[in-house]
Ligand binder design. Sequence first.
Ligand SMILES: O=C(O)c1cccc(C(=O)CC[C@H]2O[C@@H](n3cnc4c(=O)[nH]cnc43)[C@H](O)[C@@H]2O)c1
Length: 255
Amino acid sequence: MDLQAEEGEGLTTASLPVLVATAVPVERDAVARALPGAGTDASAGEIRLPGGSLCRTATGFDLLAAGVGPALAAARVAGALTAAALAGRPYGLVVSAGIGGGFQPDAPLGSLVVADAITVADLGAETADGFLPVTDLGFGTVTHHPPESVVRVVSEATGARTGTILTVSTVTGTAARATALRTRHPGALAEGMEGFGVAEAAAAHGVPVLEIRAVSNPVGPRDRAAWRIGDALAALTEGFGKLAPALESWKAHDH
Ligand SMILES: O=C(O)c1cccc(C(=O)CC[C@H]2O[C@@H](n3cnc4c(=O)[nH]cnc43)[C@H](O)[C@@H]2O)c1
C-alpha cells in the first residue's frame, strides 16, 4: 500500500497507529501496563491475525507478541503490517521492544537502550579470514536506521542510551564472542534476537522502525544467576510510560 496515497485520502501521520512487537507475552504485558486503556476501552481489544493476535489499546498502540528470533518476528510483523494495510489502517511506526543483553559497562542491567542502528550480527559467511557480512556476498542489507528524530525524542524522554542494537540468532555465551562482536561493532550497546527481523518487515512496507531494549543480562559468559528479568521488565514499563507521549509529539511535529 502507498502510504502517501493513503495519507492523501484523509489519514495523517499523527493519526496513524503504532505497532509494538515484543518477542513474548510477558514483554507485551510490560508494555501494556504503561499504556492507558489497554484492554479497558471499547476501542481496545483483541484482533485475530494468522499465527497470533494483536492487543489493541485505546490510545493508538497495537501490541503483538511476535515470537522469539528474527525469522518468526519478521513473519508475524509482516502479517500484521499487511493486515493493517488491507484494512485501510496502516501503521506509522513499528517498535521492536523487549529485554536484551547489554554490553558492559556501557549498558548496565536495568538500563534502556534505543537503537540508532539495528544490525544483524551473524548473517553472512564464515571464511578462513573471518566473518563476511551478507552484504559482502552481494545480498541484502545488514543494518536498518531508525529516523534520527524519533531516536532523539525517545532517548530524551526515557533517558535511554543510544547505540547499535545487534540482532543475533544465537545468544552470546562467552567472553570471546562478546569481544568479537564489540570489535566488529564498536557502537554496539545491546543485543537481542528480533530487531532486525522486525526492521526487515517494516522496511518492506515502507514504515519507519524503532528498537528499544531493557537490559536483563550482561552480554558475555552464560550466567543465569546474573539475569535481572524482573528489573528489565519494570524498566520497559517505565520507559514506555515516557515513550508513548513522546511518540505522540514526534508524530505530530517531527515526522
Ligand atoms: O540460556 C541462556 O543463556 C540465555 C541467555 C540470555 C537470554 C536467553 C533467552 O532465551 C532469552 C531470549 C529472548 O530475550 C531476548 N534476550 C535477552 N537477553 C538476551 C541476550 O543476551 N542476547 C540475545 N537476546 C536476548 C531475546 O530478544 C529473546 O527474545 C537465554
